[in-house]
Design a protein around this ligand. Sequence first.
Ligand code: 8YV
Length: 311
Amino acid sequence: MATEILQLCPLMPSLEAALAERFTVHRFFEADDPEAFLDGNAGRLRGVVTGGHLGLPTDLAARLPALEIVAINGVGFDKVDLAEARRRGVRVSNTPDVLTEDVADLAIGLIVSALRQIPQGDAHVRAGRWLEGDLPLGSKVSRRRYGIFGFGRIGQAIARRLAGFDAEIGYASRSPVDTPVRAFPDIAALAAWSDVLVIAASASPETRNVVDAAVLEALGPRGLLVNVARGSLVDEPALIAALEAGRIAGAALDVFADEPRVPNQLLALPGVVVTPHMASATHETRQAMADLVLANLDAHFAGREMPSALV
Ligand code: 8YV
């Protein structure tokens, strides 16, 4: 009998095909009656495959007595309770490193898009408004001050790319980092120094709403906020209020507090650029993530060490 696993969200077709070759896969997100499905099947489910944005809800985890492994198709593990997994002896894996370049690349894309008004320029031409005149001027990207909050793999990859813009770079991080880059004691001090504040830290109870009204005030009326981490790091109502009042100039966001729902007030603001949580969404990277998800599952069920185990 094939091992049975639970799939919590759609995955790229090649990963779904590879999973189907190895396991009996239950597509939980398509279940007509999730409760009835769990009543009939939960006791046989030994694995969960999920996205970083979704994780494993604690009430669902509690319904899976045979659970051995949670394989996250993503680097973020903020939505999986690792302490509880440890307590239960459930293994957890994620997909670090393979998506670092793409997330850093999208951060740069968001920065350039927002400062140089690329989406607005595209809309201007398409709407036939160029015939009536030019767009208002944008802001420079090169030789500005960029503050990066969270200086792990992704934050450092963003810094390397920004060096090509002859930028001044600073960072703040919860754990010390061995780097010649200028360190700031906290995010408020970093924001006060920065023209652009880039959020690249992992989500945790400590970083929840760390970008609050005071940090936005410190960033200032010419400042841009960029978020490629998680929506939970930004106090979204405070961000909307700051943008509406002109206390910051703009925001470029790939992640949101209640995604895929994005507040209309945010969308109505001219200085805002949004993307749909797509920082790792390239063919190459999603394939590399898929390969790592499979490698972790294969290793676990073969009794070998997993290549990227969190627990
Ligand atoms: C993905 C992510 O959107 O890596 C993460 O933590 O949030 C993203 O890469 C998601 O996990 C895809 O399933």
